[in-house]
Design a protein around this ligand. Structure first.
Ligand SMILES: Nc1nc2c(ncn2[C@@H]2O[C@H](COP(=O)(O)OP(=O)(O)O)[C@@H](O)[C@H]2O)c(=O)[nH]1
Ligand SMILES: [Mg+2]
Length: 510
């Protein structure tokens, strides 16, 4: 991929639109567009001006009335001469326009090629280029907020600071190295160790933000799990307000994971409706169940749907059976579904036993007052009375999960659904606005996370080296390695392969 060719592509989305915009960029951009242009001479046009004229097809017939905007190097996105051609957005006009440009000497652009040229021109670093792709893909406020900050250079300037600190530290080591024969120690090793430890903590803090960042960027994985027929698919449909999954009273209807996204609380939930967990001889259903447990293991939020009327298992047995599959770091919400047909005392009983089983009984009244609505009072009193009579010596192994939230709901009457949504909004808020570090930086990119964790590993070796009093030149080597990993993130050090991987994620025309 070299910058000497002149590239062209439609930069607006595929399909019919009011207008479509083609971009042409490269040393021959003006000459090439001139060949298919009837209007004022392009050579006479000033940079950043727009002109109305006619675009011709490759048989020199008028194709469309068009507006062209001129950007003269180096004052363009790519840093090269660029023309943006706005035409009416029919598929035919778009295709013919590209054909005419190619016939006049342009090359169809590859994915992300305009952005890659802008990176090469030094207009921004790699994290900023990647942020452009994220910005285009962002579908909610939280993802957009992170992408725009990254595009404006938040991560770049932070990493440049970090890199400078590492370089300063390396300089101290190298200095010591240069004079090592003379038995001079400049900075005390204690001081070097302290600085290295601070940098290590900083790097691991940044790496740790990736879990949140990834959730924001790709949606917060939310598994809907539970026994067959509890109403998991009904819940998915209710939350999406759509008949997304098949609902039926036949056990084992949902066999594969049905996934959809829900925008709520300014973020995106990746809802996964799963096959009900039960013992089965059906091979396909078994496969579905193993996918369910995998989804549950990776969920950040777990919605456990239980039908308290189910005579096969009590709610408490269901929780015990399913608990090993639940990601212990996820927030668990237990939904006692079908409240429309469940006797009040059955709901109260279920809440009481589930609370005792998974939580400290003192939190029950809070759970109840927070979650119950119309039937609240009577259920609350009954559950309270019940918990007093139940043996509260709980198995310590059962208390490991973070306090679950218990909500009686009905997907049929919508009872409890607003409460569920409110809880989801609160959880999302906690997940996406956690003060991660003083700079409020959240890593959303797997490449950055990997490089940061490699940098953290290298600097951990530096600290170990200091502790074990190994020769300074070996320590300096690990320090240089740390700097290398950081430089890869911003692109100060890069390879064609890294660039190709990054820019291939972009769409053509970007
Ligand atoms: N009465 C009542 N029935 C429900 C409710 N939610 C689901 N159902 C019924 O329970 C059965 C199983 O529902 P489904 O969503 O397919 O359960 P899944 O197997 O867990 O996905 C269906 O017949 C639903 O109509 C509810 O809130 N109240
Ligand atoms: Mg289902």
């Amino acid at each position: 991929m070299d910058n000497s060719s002149t590239i062209c592509a439609i930069s607006t989305p595929p399909g019919v639109g009011g207008i479509a915009v083609a971009r042409v960029s490269g040393p021959d951009a003006f000459h090439i567009v001139q060949q298919i242009w009837k209007g004022k001479n392009i050579a006479d046009m000033k940079s950043h001006t727009a002109h109305l004229g006619t675009i011709l097809d490759n048989e020199n017939n008028p194709l469309d009335q068009a507006l062209i905007t001129i950007f003269r190097a180096p004052n363009s996105f790519t840093g090269q001469d660029t023309v943006e051609i706005s035409v009416h957005g029919s598929t035919y006009i778009q295709q013919t326009l590209i054909q005419s440009l190619v016939a006049a000497g342009a090359t169809p652009a590859g994915p992300g090629e305009f952005t890659r040229r802008a990176f090469t021109a030094g207009h921004f670093d790699l994290t900023q280029a990647e942020a452009i792709a994220d910005l285009i893909a962002a579908s909610d406020k939280a993802a957009h907020r992170i992408a725009i900050r990254q595009m404006r250079g938040q991560i770049s300037s932070h990493l440049n600071d970090l890199r400078q600190q590492l370089i300063d530290l390396a300089a101290l080591f190298e200095l010591e190295l240069d004079f090592s024969e003379e038995d001079v120690t400049f900075a005390s090793r204690d001081k070097l160790r302290k600085t290295a430890t601070e940098l290590h903590r900083h790097l691991t803090d940044l790496t740790d933000t990736f879990a949140t960042g990834n959730a924001i960027k790709n949606g917060i994985p939310t598994a809907i799990i539970g026994p067959t027929n509890a109403g998991k698919s009904s819940l998915l449909n209710t939350l999406l307000q759509d008949d997304r999954a098949i609902v039926s009273d036949i056990n084992g209807t949902t066999r594969d994971i049905i996934e959809d996204t829900l925008n709520i609380g300014g973020a995106t939930l990746r809802l996964m409706d799963t096959a009900g967990l039960r013992d089965t001889d059906d091979d396909i259903e078994r496969l579905g169940i193993s996918r369910s447990t995998r989804a549950a293991a990776h969920a950040a939020i777990t919605l456990l749907v239980i039908d308290p009327n189910d005579t096969r298992l009590t709610p408490s047995q269901t929780l015990s059976d399913i608990r090993p599959h639940i990601n212990p770091h996820s927030q668990l919400i237990i939904l006692l579904n079908k409240s429309d047909i469940t006797p009040t005392d059955t709901i109260a009983q279920a809440i009481a036993t589930l609370s005792i089983q998974s939580d400290s009984p003192s939190k029950i009244s809070e759970t109840l007052s927070n979650n119950l609505n119309t039937q609240a009072h009577s259920i609350s009193e009954q559950a309270h009375a019940l918990t007093k009579s139940v043996d509260t010596r709980v198995n310590p192994e059962d208390t490991n999960l973070s306090s679950p939230i218990i909500i009686p709901i009905s997907t049929r009457t919508q009872q409890g659904i607003p409460q569920l949504k409110q809880h989801l909004t609160d959880i999302i808020k906690a997940l996406t606005t956690q003060p991660q570090n003083a700079q409020d930086i959240i890593i959303t990119n797997a490449r950055h996370a990997q490089a940061l964790s490699q940098a953290a590993d290298s600097i951990a070796r530096v600290i170990q080296g200091i502790d074990e009093n190994i020769p300074t030149d070996l320590i300096a080597q690990d320090l240089r390695q740390t700097i290398h990993h950081i430089s890869q993130i911003t692109g100060q050090i890069t390879t064609t392969q890294i660039l190709s991987t990054i820019f291939s994620r972009f769409c053509i025309g970007k």
